[in-house]
Design a protein around this ligand. Structure first.
Ligand SMILES: [Zn+2]
Length: 297
């Protein structure tokens, strides 16, 4: 079958591997050259570099400048999102965050994320950040966390009611959802399993219902969480893709050189394409065409 050059909607890299503090598990954040090893095997043309600013998320915050610098070294292989912490400039829910967003937009930022601050999704400061992203017409990538402590990511309860509030309040804001508690909602889910990789047949949960109701909600397919949500029930995955292919974005979220989930998920998608469980049209949308349109590539 014809190889389609893919776009990775979710990438992280350090420009300074020689200075990088290790992750708590001992592995180190990848640099661009280490990502290209994956990209060459997975036939990925370009990735979206996402800064991570909040200290909750990582031992190695990745600045906007870090990402922009890498993009400038490899303009044919990366574009980038900027990131703004909702507490930036005086920890106030009235701060004009467009001041920062406009600056990074001029430097080529295509969106905002990965949002990982451990605040409630409808916290006034998050609401303010979402409002400014909406005003600037910048899509956002969010990492959902299950609790306001002990995790990274914006916090929501089972069923994602706070995210729903934001989707309703900011209808022109494109939100790309990501993480275990986001994807666990593909099915009915025990609250205790929200931050894990639940297995077994899908009994339709909150996520497909939110996607039906809110056209501004999209799916970031990166990481083990999305891979698990689709791979746990192949029959349901085919239905989900058929219904929501216009709002699904292929991604990897390669963080450390040990990561092998991108290969398993890639094989799964390619196999679904080969058997016809995913139509050719939908396959192309997911791995490339949706991202080309969203990012204006
Ligand atoms: Zn990520």
């Amino acid at each position: 079958m014809e190889q389609i050059k893919k776009i990775d909607i979710h990438a992280h890299a350090t420009a300074f591997p020689q200075y990088a503090a290790p992750h708590v598990d001992g592995y180190r954040m990848v640099c661009a050259e280490e990502i290209f090893v994956y990209y060459d095997k997975l036939n990925i043309e370009k990735g979206v570099l996402l800064p991570i600013l909040s200290p909750e998320a990582t031992s190695l915050p990745m600045s906007n400048e870090n990402c922009k610098w890498i993009v400038d070294q490899h303009p044919e292989r990366f574009v980038w999102f900027c990131n703004v912490d909702p507490r930036a400039i005086h920890n106030d829910s009235k701060t004009d965050l467009s001041f920062l967003l406009e600056h990074y937009k001029k430097l080529g930022a295509k969106g905002v994320g990965e949002m990982t601050s451990n605040l409630y999704a409808d916290d006034p400061k998050m609401d303010n950040l979402f409002a400014h992203c909406e005003k600037q017409k910048m899509p956002v990538t969010i990492h959902i966390a299950p609790e306001p402590s002990g995790y990274y990511g914006i916090v929501d309860d089972p069923g994602l009611p706070r995210l729903e509030k934001m989707l309703k309040k900011h209808p022109d804001l494109v939100i790309l959802g990501h993480s275990q508690p986001f994807w666990a909602e593909i099915s009915e889910c025990e609250p205790a399993l929200r931050n894990s990789y639940p297995s077994g047949k899908v009994k339709e949960g909150r996520l497909p219902k939110l996607l039906r109701e809110y056209g501004n909600l999209c799916c970031d397919l990166s990481a083990g969480s999305a891979a698990n949500a689709l791979m746990r029930d192949r029959e349901y995955a085919a239905k989900f893709i058929e219904e929501f292919a216009d709002r699904m974005y292929y991604g990897c979220d390669i963080c450390a050189t040990k990561n092998d989930h991108p290969y398993q998920f890639n094989n799964f998608l390619d196999d679904m394409r080969a058997t016809g469980e995913i139509s050719e049209e939908n396959y192309r949308k997911i791995v490339r065409e949706n991202a080309v349109r969203l990012l204006g590539l």
